[in-house]
Design a protein around this ligand. Structure first.
Ligand SMILES: [Zn+2]
Length: 268
């Protein structure tokens, strides 16, 4: 085994090659996605498909790891490329500085695993629909901070593994059946994000990814939905898992509905 990765050789005799060969899709290169890029590159992944349409603003620098003051105004994708190429000069990176919905083919379809670091219910649902259609495991991460006066702000997040054939975001109850997330509480400022919570969520997602690739811990199937409590500093199996029937079949994404969508010409 290459000595570069000798400290993670416990992952298995073929783990270095399996990790290197994995094609990882990363959607969103903000606070969460920047940590994902950094760790995936250190881990040894050499094939990437990355999407983010945004340029770096100075207000991103509280959490966008790898970025510096000199990067303000540059695309977020440029920082991701710099981090990856700095560790793997011959890395295979498909860089799309745009919304993934505007040009998903054929790039996302070629991914082995996708990690979604996106805001909003609609985009999470759309990304999961794409991943299910192409039978690609999706790891979804996100966080939020709510204020319920007079209590201190509550910080919470989630890490969810949406496996083709397994429970989806709606099955888990992470997204309501009617797609509408009730904002019962006031947010603590506009879309709060902090570097340490982003790092915990991203690190846990990378841990899931390594398990998916190597199955070294053999525990992943029992822990697909984790909740982060930013006030207690804990990551635990989500309470909803205990209420789910075992081996439940997802009614939202029937296994028959896979492959590229077929559009019928309805104009005669
Ligand atoms: Zn479902």
């Amino acid at each position: 085994m290459n000595s570069l990765y000798s400290r993670q050789s416990f992952l298995g005799p073929d783990s270095e090659a399996m990790i290197a060969d994995c094609r990882l899709g990363i959607i969103g290169l903000g606070g969460g996605g920047s940590h994902i890029v950094q760790q995936a590159a250190h881990l040894g992944i050499k094939h990437y498909v990355i999407y983010d349409p945004q340029d770096i603003e100075d207000t991103n620098l509280n959490r966008l790891v790898g970025a510096t003051l000199a990067d303000v105004g540059a695309p977020k994708t440029s920082v991701a490329e710099r981090v990856i190429f700095g560790l793997h000069p011959s890395a295979d990176i498909v860089t799309r500085t745009m919304r993934w919905q505007d040009d998903p083919e054929p790039y996302l379809r070629a991914c082995d695993i996708i990690i979604g670091c996106v805001d909003g219910t609609q985009e999470r649902l759309e990304l999961e629909a794409l991943a299910r259609r192409y039978i690609i495991p999706l790891i979804d991460i996100g966080m939020d901070v709510h204020v319920i006066q007079p209590e201190s702000p509550r910080m919470a997040g989630q890490i969810i593994l949406s496996m083709p054939g397994g429970p989806c975001l709606k099955c888990f109850g992470a997204i309501p059946e009617d797609n509408v997330v009730q904002n019962a509480y006031g947010e603590a400022g506009g879309r709060p994000q902090v570097v340490w919570a982003n790092g915990i969520l991203a690190s846990t997602a990378i841990g899931m990814l390594v398990d998916l690739i190597t199955n070294w811990s053999q525990t992943l199937s029992s822990l697909p939905y984790l909740q982060y409590d930013g006030n207690a500093h804990t990551v635990l199996p989500h309470v909803r898992l205990s209420h789910m029937p075992p081996n439940s079949v997802c009614p939202h994404f029937p296994l028959g509905k896979v492959g590229p969508p077929i559009f019928r010409n309805i104009v005669q």
